[in-house]
Unconditional design. Structure first.
Ligand SMILES: Cc1cc2nc3c(=O)[nH]c(=O)nc-3n(C[C@H](O)[C@H](O)[C@H](O)COP(=O)(O)O)c2cc1C
Length: 189
């Protein structure tokens, strides 16, 4: 696959087939994620891949997370109850994805703040590799209100959760969001 095709063709997928994803495919994808650039080459990213019972356990935590954002949604989408209902369904099912990947950050070179940047670029690699493998994913962070519960369930300590990616074979063709204009300024040309 051409890189430009991967960059433009990747979409956020939120509905998945139940078909299992071979572990070797996930290993290749996670390997490609770790070829991203990182602050001072510290490679302070961590990934937890969950499957089976762990996915079911996580979905129960995510369903609870919907209650945290419900008041905000009801305010913003007061006249669009379908959006609220669809969001609730997504939090409860995560599109039926058979695999979740939890992307974590380690400490930045200052030793105090979290190195979110390095994990973010690794996640971009990951999402492109997912697409190249014929799979789909979505960066989701609406569940971060339940970070402690998630970390406890996964046994993760001293790391910052950046996002959770449901992974599976797509069961939808997402629409292509148009690009915004006027996002680049040229100087000195
Ligand atoms: C930082 C970040 C946070 C996001 N959070 C969520 C989320 O919580 N739930 C969700 O369904 N999608 C989430 N997305 C996916 C975006 O909605 C999606 O990338 C955007 O609508 C553009 O669509 P595309 O990825 O198909 O190009 C997030 C994406 C990013 C980069």
């Amino acid at each position: 696959m051409e890189l430009s095709e991967a960059i433009k063709g990747r979409r956020s997928v939120r509905r998945f087939k139940p078909d299992p994803v071979p572990k070797e495919v996930l290993e290749d994808i996670l390997d490609l994620a770790t070829w991203a650039p990182s602050a001072m080459n510290r490679q302070e990213w961590y990934f937890v891949a969950a499957h089976g019972q762990k996915v079911e356990e996580m979905k129960r935590i995510f369903a609870d997370a919907f209650q945290d954002i419900k008041p905000r949604l009801e305010k913003v989408f007061a006249d669009k109850p379908k959006i609220i209902e669809a969001t609730k369904e997504f939090f409860e099912t995560y599109g039926g994805a058979p695999v979740f990947i939890f992307a974590y950050c380690g400490k930045a070179p200052d030793g105090k703040t979290w190195d979110t940047n390095s994990t973010a670029v690794a996640v971009q690699n990951l999402q492109l590799a997912v697409y190249e493998a014929g799979l789909g994913s979505t960066w989701t962070d609406g569940i971060l209100g339940k970070e402690k519960e998630i970390n406890d369930a996964l046994g993760v300590k001293d790391r910052k959760l950046l996002c959770v990616l449901p992974i599976g074979y797509p069961d939808e063709v997402p629409r292509v969001p148009p690009r915004r204009e006027d996002r680049v300024e040229w100087v000195g040309f």
